[in-house]
Design a protein around this ligand. Structure first.
Ligand SMILES: CC(C)(COP(=O)(O)OP(=O)(O)OC[C@H]1O[C@@H](n2cnc3c(N)ncnc32)[C@H](O)[C@@H]1OP(=O)(O)O)[C@@H](O)C(=O)NCCC(=O)NCCS
Length: 144
């Protein structure tokens, strides 16, 4: 379901997808927030419009206990179907870590381009995914 009011109540889960609240604030206001419930809350996602027919998945997070059960993939399929009515491309940017890259590859995304030093330039503190420090942003895209 799309959430239009009280978006910040989803902050705890949004912080799992992006640990910097000031970055979340930047896209949460202009973006569209979706929450997936299956009984209770399972996942959230934020989509922004980046150009006339280009959308970007800015944040995707699945409740830790609900991960690897298909919720992330399902939410991406629903959102690509929804935004396919208006757009022809969905972008997603992620750190250069295999867990995220493998997940997006499984969801039909292919590599687009790299934004060098995105994480070191835009985040006040170093961001780690496991033991890997995130430096560059890897952009992937999926045709809608
Ligand atoms: C990354 C994330 C969104 C994936 O959602 P999910 O619901 O756990 O993933 P799904 O169950 O839909 O996985 C679909 C497929 O993606 C791949 N995949 C998912 N997580 C993966 C991982 N950690 N490593 C490798 N492949 C993975 C698998 O092929 C999986 O199919 P399988 O379960 O049959 O093996 C979720 O784990 C999450 O919120 N993680 C923490 C926050 C985060 O890192 N978000 C941003 C990603 S940039």
């Amino acid at each position: 379901m799309q959430i239009n009011e009280g978006k910040k109540r989803f902050l705890p889960l949004l912080l799992l997808g992006d640990e910097e609240e000031t970055m979340i604030d930047r896209y949460l206001e202009r973006g569209e927030l979706f929450a997936l419930y299956d009984g209770d809350l399972k996942a959230v996602a934020v989509i922004t419009r980046e150009a006339e027919t280009v959308f970007e998945l800015k944040n995707l997070a699945v409740e830790p206990k609900a991960q690897r059960q298909g919720y992330g993939h399902y939410l991406i399929e629903v959102l690509c179907g929804l935004y396919g009515r208006e757009g022809n491309k969905m972008l997603v940017g992620t750190g250069d870590v295999s867990s995220a890259l493998d997940f997006y590859a499984a969801c039909g995304f292919v590599r687009s381009h790299i934004v060098k030093n995105f994480f070191t330039d835009n985040y006040p503190l170093p961001i780690f995914e496991g033991s890997t420090q995130l430096v560059d942003m890897v952009y992937l895209e999926r045709k809608l």
